[in-house]
Design a protein around this ligand. Sequence first.
Ligand code: ADP
Ligand code: NI
Length: 219
Amino acid sequence: MDKERQSIIEQTEIFVRTQLAEAEGGHDWWHIYRVWKLALSIADEEKADLYVVNLGALLHDIADAKFHKGNEEIGPRVANEFLISLSVEPEVIDQVIHIIKYVSFKNRHEPAPFVSKELHVIQDADRLDAIGAIGIARAFNFGGFKGRALYDPAVPPNPDQSKAEYKAAKAPTINHFYEKLLLLKDMMNTPTGKKIALERHRFMEEYLEQFYQEWDGKR
Ligand code: ADP
Ligand code: NI
């Protein structure tokens, strides 16, 4: 990577850190940091363009729609203006904007009109941050933020929800494992992502087994 590109990545890192200074636990700078580092490691194995992966991963949640009254235009616009201000090449900006638009799990019912290896890599890294030890922590943090129960044996999970139902759901956090987290291993795009997902998946299954045991007072 040449010096100019390195400097643009550093400026993007600072911009994102500043923008997300007040963000909640699941989508804070440290989520970006983890996705960024993991995406780079996957990109290396999958031979994706590292410049696009750096910028795309750093900017992928720059203005998450759920914190902007569902407005899905803000993120791409903020990123576009920022990258133009750094004189990034239009072709690179286009790729980054495309990544920001199509990386989210919520858009799974609206597939991207075209896919790129870089989108695939970042999407894998983003989804991988929702599973495993960190994923479990994020889920309960999100549930707590929304005032949800940890678990309620009387409320069964509903994995076939529409986008609107999924967004409006009030179910206990354990249900989220069956509605999203345990489905992610089969949604990986790249072989490297799949390998990491399987390890994190097994960890969650073990976690759930112990959770139910403890729930019923077993030791
Ligand atoms: P993304 O930003 O990747 O589109 P979301 O915004 O849906 O994903 O979720 C962000 C984080 O919050 C993830 O770790 C996800 O598992 C968690 N989360 C989302 N919805 C719920 C829920 N209903 N219960 C518990 N955790 C949730
Ligand atoms: Ni994300």
